[in-house]
Design a binder for this molecule. Sequence first.
Ligand code: ADP
Ligand code: MG
Length: 194
Amino acid sequence: MVGLGVSGALYSASRSIGCPGLSRLIATPTPSLITPRPFSMAVQPPVRVQGQVVQGFGRGSKELGIPTANFSEEVIERLPTAMDTGIYYGWARIDQGDIYKMVMSVGWNPYYKNEKKSMETHIIHDFDEDFYGSWLRVIVSGYIRPEENYNCLDDLIHAIRNDIATAERELESPSQLLLKTDAFLTDPVDTNQS
Ligand code: ADP
Ligand code: MG
């Protein structure tokens, strides 16, 4: 698929274009951007992933107000191969901190000519400072949508806000709330079990 340099999958902004005025009017709208998706799918069984937070692609996620914590290549190589790219949600914990809701993008890693996957987690919480080097545990328990390309940055931001709203809502269901108490998240950190 040909995009205009705005990558929804990686929640990135750096090669983005704005879409003010005329260009916004003639941009072809993507239907899913206009109407929030009414439902999502549970990931069964949920996928548990943990590892150190590493430097990402530096493509400006934080400038969009949506920083995404990245896992290392080694951690991603252990993902189930059948895991589709797209936008997911679930629960996340940094070190021994609180457990928060998260949205996650699973995409293709530009450093490896898009032959390896990447996994970027936006934790739905305002942290006082960065936590590079910390231990991140996530339970991926729901799937929202496939990757999409966007005509402009506004559309990308709108889509991400919809993803966050979907995650916030879906994670309130009893089966999703139960996962917040999963031992994988509540046990002390075991850095040998990545
Ligand atoms: P990078 O390209 O290095 O991943 P980002 O702009 O995506 O840079 O910022 C990611 C970093 O921001 C994370 O590694 C983490 O240290 C920090 N951060 C702060 N708040 C959050 C949050 N709510 N969710 C994810 N990361 C966050
Ligand atoms: Mg990032």
